[in-house]
Design a protein around this ligand. Structure first.
Ligand code: SF4
Ligand code: SF4
Length: 730
């Protein structure tokens, strides 16, 4: 007993000391990062999230096979905690058993069952990792870019933890039962421990206590060694995911972007402080939650597998980006932690050259960096994050949606863009035209306010236009037409369809006309927070002066900005997307679809309507109400919808790298052999129309139309208008 106690305690102290030192270091590093402003821990929400996401493995279970396998590894480990407690107490008391539970054979059975389920899950993981290995699938593998060797080592170590614990219990059965049969009854749980019993049956029946000591120390050595490894590897998520989930943005890090903070305070863009840093220019400009995100990434690649940029061969994988930020933060850590001299500069004497070199490396590399690459072995280049990696993001949120540990990729990407745009003036040149137009003309095309009512000229009824007075009480909705609805020829048709349907349903509405301007969405997603704030405050002033309460919008981006972001600048309205309102009007029989529209209709979920705002049902209800319309789905739909390529201000940037995102999505839609591809956002419609038109030029997809959900409904509610339009075109 003395030997096992001394060796066991020695191992425990050494290993827990090393692991604790590492955790202490990471906590100290986190303290050098920015504070997490305006996000307090909401205990009840945090508990719910822990129950659902950590204990229930909710997000992991969306992927059935690996999800179930992970569920059993997680719960196998939870149950194994009892056996681990038994092992530690076994150092001092050979016949130790867990109080109360340890009396029962079923408890031993339960422990061994979960241990074996854990091993079965490891077999599943092994098969998946072989099938989906990057060497077999290349970039299509979700493990491409992950640390493959350490992942295999972890599977091996978990297996070792399980079998050594069972072997120790087997040796313990022999030692206790054979030594003194009365002990067997005291440790009742061992009767049901069928796997441990099997180990007992194959172990030698001599030197019983020696075998017990050997396996006890072996199991503890494996467990403690694994613990040390975990704190230095991607399996840090075992510890980090719990606080990361607790402090995550709720209900999810989608929808609104957060304001820009510096030193824990929201930056006042009308009067910024001299020392305010706008956005993230150095890795330590992220908040400590950012660092926790980086440490929590499991490298599972779920985000990467759904990312439109990655799936079209661009140099952006959200997983590799997070791993790159983690690697950079850890490599730079000695510099970040180093003391500062009286001049406020970091004292570099005694620092490793690698840390100094990493500190000198820019967070975001320069445009056109020939050294930049994102490959199987991570990121290379002048900057920790290559320029093209940062600007390939459409902010579609597929990564955030998939991430099982609530990492906030979009926020981090936009924070880095903010610094690039506001502090460095570095962004894709062509996007500057859009920013200039938005700033000076109030719309991305630079067409100007005077054209904002032309869309309504073809209507066969008068629309009411805001002229500076309060919105009258009989107005049900202010109709926010949006830049596209007012100025883009295709989107104007949607604007007219929505106006006509509202008129048909007897809904009184008014438009702002020349008083409306861009919501600022593309500027904000690009990182130009200053311009966004300017536009948002201007629009909110108009809306508040007009006394707007209920607003209907036809653009998914306008919807997101008005509903989720304008409250940040004092604009609080009840905002409804046109598909939600139309679905309600149909349900209330204020709109009656009468004409059959015999067509296969494939619906595309716009990211900013679906994933960002959870509006999945309404557009489908509208289409489903149209007689004859056969609504069909693409393989990637609802939460897993694939971006059209327009979000994140990508609409206004060249797409020179890889293949085209809109073509990828259009081809997926065309594979369903539709007559109509329907969407509920003007930017999606533009992108999908271009993709379908490309295939039509090549001789396929004949007759396929791309249109808004509202226009499909209009064909059924007012077929006369569609016929008249067709005649006019002929
Ligand atoms: S937001 Fe979309 S495009 Fe950007 S990294 Fe995530 S999945 Fe990729
Ligand atoms: S960011 Fe999330 S989804 Fe992506 S690899 Fe890491 S843990 Fe997995």
């Amino acid at each position: 007993m003395a030997v096992r106690l001394i060796l066991g305690l020695l191992m425990t102290v050494v290993c827990l000391g090393i692991a604790g030192r590492r955790l202490f270091f990471l906590v100290q590093l986190g303290k050098r990062f920015q504070p997490l402003a305006d996000r307090q821990l909401d205990t009840s929400e945090a508990v719910k999230a822990e129950v659902s996401e950590v204990a229930g493995q909710r997000k992991l279970l969306r992927w059935t096979v690996p999800g179930i396998a992970h569920f059993f590894v997680f719960w196998g480990f939870m149950v194994l905690l009892f056996t681990i407690v038994e092992a530690f107490f076994g150092l001092v008391k050979a016949d130790f058993q867990i109080p109360v539970l340890g009396n029962y054979a079923w408890f031993g059975f339960f422990e061994d069952l979960f241990a074996l389920l854990c091993v079965a899950a490891l077999v599943v993981f092994t098969i998946l990792r072989i099938q989906q290995a990057p060497k077999n699938l290349g970039r299509k593998s979700r493990f491409f870019g992950s640390h493959i060797g350490p992942a295999w080592f972890v599977l091996f170590m978990i297996f070792n933890v399980v079998w050594t614990l069972l072997a120790y219990r087997g040796a313990s059965i022999n030692a206790q039962e054979l030594h003194d049969p009365a002990n067997a009854d005291k440790m009742g749980f061992l009767h049901g421990a069928f796997a441990s019993q099997w180990f007992a049956s194959i172990l030698p029946k001599t030197n019983l206590e020696v075998w017990e000591t050997v396996f006890l120390l072996l199991s503890l050595a494996v467990l403690l060694g694994f613990t040390v490894f975990v704190t230095y590897s991607k399996h840090m998520h075992i510890f980090a995911s719990i606080p990361n989930v607790a402090y995550a943005r709720r209900p999810r890090a989608l929808g609104a972007l957060e304001p820009v903070y510096w030193a824990g305070k929201k930056i006042d863009f009308e009067d910024p402080g001299d020392d305010d840093v706008m956005g993230v220019g150095k890795v330590e400009d992220f908040t400590w939650k950012g660092l926790l995100d980086f440490a929590t990434c499991t490298e599972c690649g779920r985000c990467q597998s759904q990312c439109p940029a990655w799936n079209t061969d661009k140099p952006l994988s959200p997983k590799v980006l997070i791993m790159g930020l983690r690697d950079h933060a850890l490599a730079k850590a000695p510099y970040i932690m180093a003391a500062k001299g009286e001049d406020g500069e970091v004292v570099t004497a005694g620092l490793a050259a690698t840390a100094i070199a990493e500190a000198e490396r820019p967070l975001v590399g320069p445009e056109g960096d020939e050294n930049a690459s994102v490959g199987e072995h991570g990121i290379h280049g002048t900057g920790a994050i290559p320029f093209d990696m940062l600007w390939s993001c459409t902010t579609c949120g597929a990564c955030v949606e998939q991430c099982p540990v609530d990492i906030e990729h979009v926020d981090h990407i936009v924070d880095m863009r903010r610094y690039q745009v506001l502090m460095e003036g570095a962004f894709p040149e062509e996007a500057g035209i859009m920013l200039n137009n938005v700033e000076h003309a109030g719309d991305p095309w630079g067409l100007g306010r005077t054209k904002r009512l032309e869309w309504a000229e073809e209507l066969d009824f008068e629309i009411r236009v805001y002229e500076g007075e309060k919105i009258p009480d009989d107005i049900d909705y202010l109709y926010w037409v949006g830049c596209a609805g007012a100025l883009d020829d295709t989107a104007k048709k949607t604007a007219r369809a929505v106006a006509t349907l509202l008129h048909e349903a007897g809904v009184e509405f008014m438009v702002l006309g020349e008083a409306e301007s861009c919501t600022g969405d593309p500027a904000r997603r690009m990182g130009h927070e200053f311009l966004f704030q300017m536009l948002a405050m201007q629009n909110v002033e108009v809306l508040n002066e007009a006394g707007a309460k209920r607003i209907v919008v036809t653009c998914a981006h306008c919807y997101n900005t008005l509903a989720n972001e304008y409250p940040q600048v004092g604009g609080h309205y009840e905002v409804v997307h046109h598909t939600t309102l139309l679905a309600r009007l149909v349900a209330e029989k204020k709109l009656t679809p009468i004409q059959r529209v015999d067509a296969a209709v494939t619906y595309h979920d716009p990211c900013y309507l679906g994933r960002h705002n959870r509006i999945f049902a309404a557009p489908r209800e509208v289409l489903g109400a149209v007689p004859g319309a056969r609504v069909q789905e693409m393989p990637r739909n609802r939460e897993r919808s694939f971006c059209c390529g327009a979000g994140g201000a990508r609409m206004w940037m060249d797409e020179n790298l890889g293949t085209r995102i809109n073509q990828n999505r259009a081809d997926e839609a065309l594979a369903t052999t539709p007559d109509i591809v329907a969407a509920a956002c003007p930017f999606c419609i533009t992108m999908l129309s271009d993709g379908v038109a490309q295939r039509q030029q090549e001789g396929s997809a004949a007759g396929v139309q791309v249109t808004d959900v509202a226009e499909v409904l209009l064909r059924s509610v007012r077929p006369d208008l569609v016929d008249a339009a067709a005649e006019a075109t002929a």
